[in-house]
Design a protein around this ligand. Structure first.
Ligand code: FAD
Length: 343
């Protein structure tokens, strides 16, 4: 099939550049000519250059929709969103493992047991001071009480957005580098509406889009997918929706309700009176961090890498690696020995 040929070609390109970006940007060139033009160019140009058009709808449908206007985003970031690992999976070339218990949460439950009281659940960092010899982090609990953690080193393990980092006492270089990142926001959950019935699934597309025009995709905010949730009865549906950096739970819930109304108006589903309910609604926050091609050429990745260890602070997570759990684990295997070196 055409998409398999195109996807195989895309996979070969991801493999070519894998050492520069997986499990993180440890080996990424500093600046200028050493940075491959393929990774810096907009993904739309990359698709044209290598005739990958037939693979694009599949990539979009997997995880690339999360990037938003992905054809105008440097290829590097699209590959981080759906690259080597995802292409191999879509081509049936990767293996999956599940615990013998069948419980996919088991790993996290066992880690929670191991760490015990050392984890402060349902808390948020509200203040921080850092210097080369150590950090002090103030954490607020749900009941309003606070705990101060004094440590030799800090590992930041969430998307370093300006809002999230505001309390981390950033210096000028940290503020400038992290301030260049832009994001999309991703929402997922369960939705019910009397008009959504049966074992159906819908993907958002624009009129005239694939297969006649591979380059037309909805931009955020948009509801990427609504599909029947297996095991949930005929009226339970899962959704994935992509917002801008400015969206929030309310704006996205209104968007999803409006999208269902549009599906009724367009005759995509048969209309039945009623309201939209969200049995489960998860705001996964800001994801798919990225900078412009100009910043990449100027050596943004080297500046980002140079933050590792600055003022006793280290970073893991998708912004420094890629947004997949397995890749992040591999990244941490490399990073953690560096974090504790010399302690
Ligand atoms: C709908 C959806 C489906 C996905 N499916 C898959 C999949 O099938 N396979 C896969 O590999 N990946 C999947 N991913 C991607 C994967 O979930 C992420 O890449 C991964 O969770 C990122 O891990 P992380 O540890 O970097 O950050 P997170 O998992 O986001 O963890 C960051 C944590 O830090 C907390 N936090 C944030 N700010 C603060 C603060 N100021 N103080 C204290 N705590 C804070 C957050 O509450 C959160 O618990 C999916 C993502 C989404 C949204």
């Amino acid at each position: 099939m055409a998409y398999q040929t195109a996807l195989s070609k895309y996979l070969a390109l991801c493999e070519k550049y894998a050492a520069l970006m997986l499990p993180g940007f440890f080996n990424f060139p500093s600046a200028g000519e050493d940075i491959p033009e393929d990774l810096v160019m907009d993904f739309g140009e990359f698709v044209e250059k290598y005739d990958l058009q037939a693979a694009v709808p599949k990539l979009w449908d997997s995880t690339v929709m999360g990037v938003g206007d992905f054809l105008k985003v440097p290829t590097l970031y699209v590959m981080q969103a759906s690259g080597l690992v995802m292409a191999r999976a879509m081509l049936g070339q990767s293996r999956a493992m599940v615990p013998s218990s069948g419980n996919l949460h088991e790993l996290y439950e066992r880690v929670a047991e191991l760490l015990g009281d050392d984890v402060l659940y349902n808390s948020i960092v509200v203040g921080c001071s850092r210097n080369e010899s150590g950090v002090s982090v103030r954490v607020k609990h749900r009941d309003g009480n606070e705990t101060e953690i004094v440590a030799k080193r800090l590992l930041v393990a969430f998307e370093p957005s300006p809002v999230a980092m505001a309390v981390f006492d950033l210096d000028e270089e940290e503020g400038e580098v992290l301030g260049k990142l832009s994001f999309s926001s991703v929402y997922a959950g369960l939705v019910q509406h009397p008009s959504l019935k049966g074992f159906n699934s819908w993907t958002n597309t624009l009129p005239g889009a694939p297969g006649s025009n591979y380059s037309a995709y909805p931009l955020p905010a948009q509801v990427g997918k609504i599909g029947h949730q297996p095991g949930g009865g005929e009226d339970l549906f899962a959704f994935t929706a992509i917002g801008t950096q400015e969206d929030n739970d309310e704006s996205m819930q209104a968007l999803i309700s409006g999208s269902i109304e549009n599906m009724v108006k367009a005759g995509t589903v048969n209309g039945s009176n009623g309201t939209t309910a969200f049995p489960y609604f998860a705001n996964h926050g800001l994801m798919h961090s990225r900078v412009s091609r100009e910043e990449l050429r100027k050596g943004f990745i080297a500046r980002q890498n140079a933050l590792q260890g600055r003022r006793a602070t280290w970073y893991t997570g998708a912004a420094f690696s890629a947004g997949f759990s397995t890749i992040l684990w591999a990244y941490n295997e490399v990073l953690l020995p560096r974090v504790i070196e010399g302690l």
